[in-house]
Ligand binder design. Structure first.
Ligand SMILES: *[C@@H]1O[C@H](CO)[C@@H](O)[C@H](O)[C@H]1NC(C)=O
Ligand SMILES: *[C@@H]1O[C@H](CO)[C@@H](O)[C@H](O)[C@H]1NC(C)=O
Length: 842
């Protein structure tokens, strides 16, 4: 829309505000020329409705295409002042109106206002004639009343009322002045003969022509006219036309004939010889055109520039030898050629724009001019396609380049915007400028981890401080906005802050282990790492990291059965009647590691008789491999090695004692030497003997004392009364110890009977009744039942000394719960199940 306000101020003020993309307003002032420096032109801030603050912050300035700056802007006061003396005549010559055009440009946001300062004329120039004197020769014959003589015009640099207004001729005896208004606004001055000249009276007449302007004060210029009266009858030359017309194309080469003017003279001889000349005084007509003195051919001798002059008026004079003249004019129209490229002027531009700039943000303002006229001067501008900018046109060849869609520095960091302007001439001329625009960064991208989640492995028993791996996040922004730091998010792993497990390097994202991990305690744990950029405000993202601890073969197998007790004796009984493949016992071992590291195999390392037993490689079952014979020793000692499958593997050995016997005494007789603590027994025997001796001694002593006392008392009582000797009963010591039944119903008992004497004691046993039977029931759930019966063998009440020791071998209840015992039972019975045996069951 257009909004115009007319105001009256120091000068006529005309404001038009056009809203076209960027705000474009127009202000116009009128001032006289020759104002002193610093004079006020107008209050631009007020007239544009801008605050002076805006002028300062927007770095308001004047943009002009002229090299000279006549007007300056005072931002603080918001006024336009005269900067240099303005001479209207120098600025515009005869052109009216004379005006200065410039723009006031503001930034942030970019906008501009057009300002026109019209310069009015003051009467500072007097009319002048090019020559101070002009001579005419007039013959009596032609000097009849009404004869016309064309006079030179006076020129006044001022315009309008200050230009030449009137002429005065003195004296007025013979001639009168006649003024013709010309098409170009000037006046032709003619002198008309009023009264015939009398040669006898005046051979020469002098006249003064005065030109005066209409200014205040009035100014004038004069010219002397000298007329010589001839006495020869003569004819004046006469042009065939008063006005000739011609057209010339601009830039025509020198020598181009524009037109030919012709004058005829009725006289014969030298009086009929005509000479042509150009009489123009002002301007540069005589520098551009030349007339051939004899032929009247007008040719080009200078540069014809349509942009400087669109037409010329050439004043021509024909003069014969007699001095008689005629004059005519040649109007030359200049034809425009498309010889000027559009001129692109960058009025104001940004070199950097933020990527979050709003739509329609003005980036650059452009003014384009083409000096040619018509179609040759009609200019259209456009920019390269597929860029997020638009070239908006407003009035008067002003363009503004604005943002047309969202910018994204991450997509394009800079643009080379080429503005091309072409005119509509044939052929068309065009020119272009390339603007380089940088897009500045805004923190609009969060860091992005290279992966959506991370998994890393670390082998247990690592050294604390070991780097596990590195997380990496990238940020598409620039510089500080892309500087990523890594932060460990607070969380806890089984009640312990994760920060005591791992640390994350803020700069590099390297994750270090802070402690040595034990696979048997923790198999994996998870936490989150945050990546944060250095923008303001910062943006962040997070990622989950799972650390998996890998098992190392750091635990040897543990043998659960047979239990290796320090001094006690455990033996498996094999009846001599046992068949091939008789299951003697089963070595049970576990490994707290996992996988291959817990895959156990059993091997027989040493044996009393290797040919008699074998160990199941996988299940640890000890079986006979041939029929037991009578020759086989009762006492068999097997060393079984249990190895896991780790690299390197770890192992444990277990000693299994086997008794090949049918009866317990047989076993006992053979196995007592297993009681390696013979020395202890000897000592014991010694102490027992010693104790007995002491006791016997004391007993006998007591007995003697008592008898002595009794005898003494008896002797006394014989006097008083009679009595019997006392009876002291004796009970032998008896030791019986039965430990609590183990959770595993696999109880092995053995009995040892000792005498104070020797192993060939007189201690008597009943039937050695310990019977071990294994019942395997594969069809059922596989629960192994070990039925075991026990009969007391210590029934000899007469034995002087009896030891009954019953030892129950089970599993340490600290390791296994009752439930687990069932599982373990399962595992004991089934080889295949063993493979799936993992510590998690525990
Ligand atoms: C813009 O021009 C400059 C210099 O010619 C060049 O280095 C840059 O790569 C150009 N940018 C684009 C986006 O074409
Ligand atoms: C982690 O990122 C998710 C989105 O990926 C977000 O929902 C969550 O709030 C973030 N957690 C933290 C602690 O910043």
């Amino acid at each position: 829309g257009m909004h115009c306000v007319t105001m009256k101020g120091q000068a006529l003020l005309f404001i038009c505000l056009l809203s076209l993309g960027s705000v474009i307003g127009q202000v116009s002032y009128t001032i006289p020329e020759e104002m002193s420096k610093g004079s006020l032109v107008g209050n631009i801030a007020q007239d544009l409705g801008l605050e002076t603050k805006r002028l300062t912050s927007g770095k308001a300035r004047i943009y002009t295409r002229d090299s000279d700056e006549y007007i300056e802007l005072n931002r603080e006061r918001g006024v336009l002042l005269v900067k240099e003396r303005i001479d209207r005549e120098a600025l515009c010559r005869q052109t009216t109106p004379c005006a200065l055009h410039f723009q006031i440009i503001l930034e942030n946001p970019m906008e501009f206002y057009s300002v026109t300062v019209q310069i009015t004329d003051i009467n500072d120039n007097a009319p002048t004639f090019e020559e101070g004197e002009i001579k005419f020769k007039i013959s009596d014959e032609s000097a009849v009343t009404g004869a016309k003589f064309v006079l030179e015009r006076a020129e006044d640099l001022d315009v309008g009322i200050n230009g030449v207004q009137s002429y005065e001729l003195k004296p007025t005896d013979n001639f009168a002045l006649k003024l013709h208004n010309n098409a170009d606004g000037n006046k032709n001055v003619e002198m008309v003969l009023q009264k015939p000249l009398d040669r006898e009276k005046h051979e020469q007449i002098s006249l003064v022509l005065t030109a005066v302007d209409g200014g205040e004060p009035q100014m004038s210029g004069t010219m002397l006219i000298i007329i010589t009266v001839l006495d020869v009858n003569d004819n004046a030359p006469v042009f065939t036309q008063q006005t000739y017309k011609a057209t010339v194309t601009e830039n025509s080469p020198k020598g181009t004939v524009v037109a030919t003017v012709t004058a005829s003279d009725a006289d014969q001889g030298s009086h009929g010889k005509i000479t042509y000349s150009i009489t123009n005084t002002l301007g540069n007509v005589r520098k551009i055109f030349e007339v051939n003195q004899e032929s009247g051919e007008v040719t080009v001798i200078g540069n014809i520039d349509f942009e400087k002059s669109r037409h010329f008026q050439i004043n021509l004079r024909a003069i014969d030898d007699g001095g008689l003249t005629d004059s005519c004019k040649l109007i030359v129209d200049v034809k425009d050629l498309n010889d000027n490229k559009p001129e692109i002027n960058i009025m104001s531009k940004s070199t950097v724009i933020s990527e979050d700039a709003k739509l329609n943000t003005v980036v650059t303002m452009i003014n384009v001019e083409d000096l040619d006229s018509g179609e040759n001067g009609n200019v259209k501008c456009f920019i390269s396609e597929n860029i997020p900018f638009l070239l908006k046109t407003s009035t008067n060849n002003f363009y503004s380049l604005v943002t047309d869609s969202d910018l994204d520095r991450e997509r394009a960091t800079d643009y080379n915007i080429t503005v091309t302007c072409s005119d509509e001439g044939v052929p068309s001329l065009s020119s272009s400028v390339t603007l380089t625009l940088q897009i500045s960064d805004v923190n609009d991208n969060a860091p992005v981890f290279e992966r959506s989640s991370y998994e890393a492995y670390i082998v247990e028993n690592n050294t604390p401080g070991l780097s596990i791996f590195t997380v990496k996040a990238r940020d598409a922004d620039w510089n500080q906005n892309a500087r990523v730091s890594y932060i460990l998010e607070d969380s806890s792993v089984s009640g312990v802050p994760v920060s005591s497990y791992v640390s994350v390097s803020a700069d590099s994202g390297v994750i270090d282990a802070l402690r040595s991990f034990d696979y048997e305690q923790i198999k994996d744990f998870q936490f989150r790492v945050k990546a944060q950029d250095g923008g303001s405000p910062p943006l962040s993202s997070n990622v989950s990291v799972k650390i998996m601890i890998q098992d190392q073969n750091d635990n040897p197998p543990q043998v659960l059965y047979p239990v290796q007790t320090g001094g006690s004796l455990v033996a498996e009984m094999v009846p001599r009647s046992a068949d091939v493949g008789y299951l003697v016992t089963k070595v049970v071992a576990v490994d707290v590691d996992s996988g291959q590291n817990a895959w156990l195999s059993y091997k027989l390392q040493k044996a009393t008789d290797r040919a008699l037993f074998e160990v199941g490689l996988q299940n640890g079952e000890i079986r006979t491999i041939r029929q037991v014979t009578d020759k086989d020793a009762v006492k068999q000692r097997l060393t079984v090695i249990v190895e896991d499958n780790g690299q390197p593997s770890r192992s444990a050995t277990v000693i299994v004692n086997v008794a090949v016997a049918d009866s317990f005494p047989e076993v006992l007789s053979e196995f007592t030497d297993f009681t390696h603590d013979k020395e202890y027994n000897d000592n014991l025997t010694f102490y027992l003997v010693l104790a007995l001796a002491v006791v016997s001694f004391l007993f006998i002593t007591c007995l003697v004392v008592i008898i002595s006392v009794k005898v003494y008392r008896w002797r006394q009582s014989r006097v008083l009364y009679h009595s019997n000797l006392p009876v002291i009963p004796y009970y032998p010591p008896r030791y019986s110890d039965t430990l609590g039944t183990g959770t595993l119903q696999h109880v092995y008992n053995y009995e040892v009977c000792r005498t104070t004497d020797s192993r060939k004691s007189d201690c008597k046993f009943g039937i050695a009744g310990s019977q071990n039977v294994l019942i395997m029931d594969p069809s059922s759930t596989g629960t192994m039942q070990r039925i075991q019966s026990e009969k007391s063998i210590l029934d000899e009440p007469d034995s002087p000394l009896e030891f009954h020791r019953s030892e129950t071998v089970g599993h340490p209840s600290s390791i296994f719960s009752t439930m687990d015992s069932i599982l373990l039972s399962t595992f004991l019975s089934s080889d295949s199940l063993f493979y799936y045996f993992t510590p998690t069951l525990f």
